[in-house]
Design a protein around this ligand. Structure first.
Ligand SMILES: *Cc1c(COP(=O)(O)O)cnc(C)c1O
Length: 393
């Protein structure tokens, strides 16, 4: 079995491109060109140069000695938190802005929920001098003032989505409407391994730098390119996809996907898509998503804004259904505790998303000889207020 996308844009039974007719030319242009463009030597050269000089790659693979001692196993942290802008998202936005330029686009649109992807997009638009329009739900704009300010400072226009629940899915609808109206000059930067084919595959390939580095870095540390486990949190699934990418078809490497259980999987306030989701279509692809019996998308909940998404990308739906990856869900409380533990044991303040992945060590016993690589997808600066309120600091 292959865990990669097939020529039709499917991972097993998941994926595809379920889009309005009017969007077809845009998506088809991208589909016909993305692999060709990515294979061009000058594209590769520019991408790798920017990852090195602008993002600060390679990000370290850090052996967490005190954390390893506590859990009696060998824990390595892949330090995406040290990237410029503080998370893995920049790997993808750098890739897509270069793609947009190669396709002759000079106007960039994006949608954002918590604002993290909006900031990563505004950043690369400033870098390249391209116009940037970010759609964001009116409620999210009010909740995420610092990220709105960042986007504005970076020169982006933030457009409020005022329909429906005034959150992420409404912002997505606005972005799609914009793209339909501006098919020639505009590229739509999607922020995770979601959306119609070829987005999930393209984003996974841009994030694949993470597992490419893990392999040679682990060779330096341990004399092997293969960890026993790779652990990553999953919102849409892009940091996980990047961390898994070069191990997907090597079943000696176990994959663990950590979802947000919120207040508990059965509480009605959760984002644990693999447990609660059923097959459906969201954001143009067939995948697992949380929905009511009549197919209305359920509002998800997680303390971490980046995991607060009602679906997972089609790659992850397939990894779940096929059993290739083990899915674990972690509550708000357990994630916060694991985050604080990393602060105390290693002097690293993680993003709350990443804290979910770190909570795996309280849920699962690893062997003392196991090499466990955890994707530390982002840094916790953006989450300070949530940590303060949770721990009454
Ligand atoms: C956005 C975000 C996530 C979730 O996105 P994925 O596409 O699931 O990786 C995880 N961690 C951080 C730090 C984020 O900013």
């Amino acid at each position: 079995m292959s865990y990669n996308v097939n020529e039709k844009g499917y991972y097993g039974e998941f994926g595809g491109a379920f889009i309005p007719e009017m969007l077809y030319p845009n998506v088809e242009e991208l589909r016909q060109n993305y692999l060709k463009v990515m294979a061009e030597p000058n594209f590769q050269k520019e991408f790798n140069q920017l990852l090195k000089d602008y993002v600060g790659r390679p990000s370290p693979l850090y052996f967490a000695k005190r954390l390893s001692e506590k859990y009696n196993t060998k824990i390595y942290l892949k330090r995406e938190d040290l990237n410029h802008t503080g998370a893995h998202k920049i790997n993808n936005t750098i890739g897509q802005i270069l793609m947009a330029k190669r396709l002759g686009k000079h106007r960039i649109i994006a949608e954002t929920g918590a604002g993290q992807h909006g900031v990563a997009t505004a950043t690369v638009c400033a870098l390249m001098g391209l116009e940037c329009i970010v759609y964001m739900g009116e409620i999210d704009i009010a909740r995420q003032a610092p990220n709105v300010a960042r986007m504005k400072m970076l020169g982006a226009t933030v457009v409020p989505a005022t329909s429906g629940s005034k959150t992420l899915k409404d912002a997505t609808n606005e972005a799609i409407r914009d793209w339909i109206n501006n098919p020639v000059d505009t590229h739509y930067i999607i922020g995770s391994v979601v959306g119609p084919h070829p987005y999930p595959d393209m984003v996974a390939r841009f994030q694949a730098i993470v597992s490419e580095e893990i392999k040679w870095q682990l060779q330096e540390h341990e004399g092997t390119t293969k960890p026993d486990y790779v652990v990553a949190c999953v919102g849409g699934g892009s940091n996980a996809a990047g961390s898994y990418y070069h191990f997907l078809d090597d079943t000696e490497v176990n994959l663990i996907a950590v979802e947000a259980a919120g207040l508990g999987v059965d509480s009605g306030e959760s984002a644990a898509t693999s447990v609660l989701g059923r097959e459906g279509i969201i954001h143009g692809s067939k995948t697992l998503l949380m929905q009511t019996n009549d197919g209305q998308i359920t509002e998800p909940y997680s303390i971490s804004a980046g995991l607060d998404y009602p679906g997972v990308g089609p790659m992850h739906a397939h990894l779940y259904k096929s059993g290739r990856a083990e899915f674990i869900s972690i509550t708000d409380d357990d994630a916060m505790t694991a985050g604080l533990e990393l602060c105390k044991l290693e002097g690293i303040i993680p993003a709350i998303e990443s804290s979910h992945a770190l909570a795996v060590f309280d849920k699962k016993q690893f062997r003392s000889t196991d090499i466990v690589v955890v994707s530390l997808s982002g840094r916790g600066d953006k989450d300070l207020e949530t940590y303060i309120n949770h721990f009454k600091l």
